[in-house]
Design a protein around this ligand. Sequence first.
Ligand code: ZN
Length: 134
Amino acid sequence: MDFPTSIKTCFSKYVDFKGVASRSEYWYFALFNALASILISTLSQSLGSLFSIGVLLPSIAVGVRRMHDRNLSGWWILLPVFNLVQSCMTTVPTSRWSSGTFSASGQGRTCPNGHPVPDHSDNYCPSCGAPLSQ
Ligand SMILES: [Zn+2]
């Protein structure tokens, strides 16, 4: 699929979340969005915002159709959002992959029961709730 056909297809399937999209369809539309967004934002900030809102739904739709082409559920396009939310969490549950300590010095505090306590925890151990001595 060539560039103009890709743009036409994505706008004609504005909210079509069914079916599939080829790689070229997806990436030409992404390229179009990036270039048009830069161009329009240079002319006018508010027009740029309007353009971004306008292409939001077709961008999601072509992303979902692209996932279908890979035999994945369309929900997979939310993976980056999930990762962003995870990375914004201040408290990470202690697991066998994490020590639960996040101090820059690498020397985290521990509660009276020996649980590692992140530096930003206040007065109680996040694992067992034991009060911490300061
Ligand atoms: Zn504890």
